[in-house]
Design a protein around this ligand. Structure first.
Ligand code: TRP
Length: 344
């Protein structure tokens, strides 16, 4: 087995990042464009923690704990395969950090049910999941738990997709209430870092790309899957003949090219040509497919190597969780002290 070493501790005064993903399945290229690429960029400049959010995954998957369990390994493999380096970034498991649960319970007293119900992300997700009136309490309350995640690490920077912005805002509200009650700034507020492009649509162009929506391209997708996904991709339904002028807005191929094409100048020219007419969908799809194949191939290769060495991946999660435990327990003590609760 490879030995693990961690270099992060020696550097001081770097801002702290906490972010994470629900463990509900393998990550997709939307995650890459949305937050993974930012997380890769911050590995040296920031002290970074990545949370495998299995407890949060249960809030809308309580009937399928097996999927949540299995996906822990999938997401960890995706992190490592895209280049998250465990000697610089700490990968940790939410359900094994009891301080997160304890802080969540405290924080629930600093937020109202009405405020939780008003959270735009929660509202959207309730609609998308078809909960109707049967909303799991854990689901409605997960913004308080996510505030616990962020603050337990005293994170000030949270790189996430744009759908998560209201959650960071709500976390900061809880922080302000706790600080006001404590009479001092025991917890810092955090700032979301959101990619300019916003969230990628699914290949059908209808909804956002999602693991559950069946419209995603996984970071571990086979070359055939990538090819078929690009082939099936929504373009401009009125662009019937090559010589017809085509529409770039709402055309998924161009949206993805915006996110992934390294030659943005050439892309601008291509768009102009498409709009004038004379450029077929086959051409733009071929360009996108080549770019996606090139992005995914090394990730897929690293991922399949790593999946042969599960012991190593487990060790990465164990060590990371151990480091995270110290950190989060310390914050829990700070909060309990700051609120002046009884101590034995
Ligand atoms: N809500 C995030 C998602 O849907 C996962 C998550 C859990 C998270 N805790 C977090 C993100 C803390 C940022 C910070 O994937």
């Amino acid at each position: 087995m490879r030995r693990l070493s961690f270099h992060g501790k020696t550097q001081v005064n770097r801002p702290t990042i906490l972010t994470g993903d629900r463990t509900t399945g393998p990550l997709h290229i939307g995650h890459y464009a949305g937050s993974l690429s930012n997380r890769l960029r911050y590995q040296d400049s920031h002290e970074q923690f990545l949370l495998l959010a299995d407890t949060q995954a249960l809030t809308d998957n309580a009937r399928d704990p097996e999927k949540v369990r299995r996906s822990v390994m999938e997401v960890a493999l995706d992190y490592l395969a895209v280049g998250i380096d465990p000697s610089r970034t700490t990968i940790c498991l939410q359900s094994h950090l009891p301080a997160l649960a304890e802080l969540s319970v405290l924080y629930l007293n600093f937020v109202t049910v009405a405020r939780l119900e008003r959270n735009p992300t929660i509202k959207d997700e309730i609609r998308a999941r078809g909960f109707g009136r049967d909303i799991p309490a854990g689901f409605l309350c997960y913004p308080a738990a996510q505030a616990a995640d962020i603050t337990a690490f005293k994170a000030t920077v949270v790189p996430v997709g744009d759908d998560q912005a209201p959650l960071i805002e709500q976390s900061n509200e809880i922080v302000r209430r706790i600080n006001a009650t404590a009479g001092r700034d025991v917890l810092p507020e955090a700032r979301a870092i959101i990619p300019k492009a916003g969230r990628l649509p699914g290949i059908d162009g209808k909804a956002k790309m999602s693991k559950s929506g069946g419209n995603a391209i996984a970071l571990s997708a086979s070359p055939e899957k990538v090819r078929n996904a690009v082939k099936a991709m929504f373009t401009d339904p009125n662009h019937l003949r090559v010589e017809d002028p085509g529409c770039v807005e709402g055309n998924v191929v161009f949206t993805y090219l915006d996110a992934f094409d390294p030659e943005q100048d050439g892309l601008a020219e291509l768009k102009a040509q498409y709009q004038r007419g004379g450029l077929g969908d086959g051409k733009i799809k071929a360009r996108l497919e080549a770019i996606l194949q090139e992005l995914i191939a090394p990730i897929r290769m690293r991922r399949s190597q790593l999946s042969e060495d599960r012991e190593y991946v487990l060790e990465v999660i164990r060590e990371g969780t151990e480091r995270a435990r110290e950190r989060t327990e310390a914050t829990k003590r700070d909060v309990v002290n700051a609120l002046g609760l009884f101590q034995l």
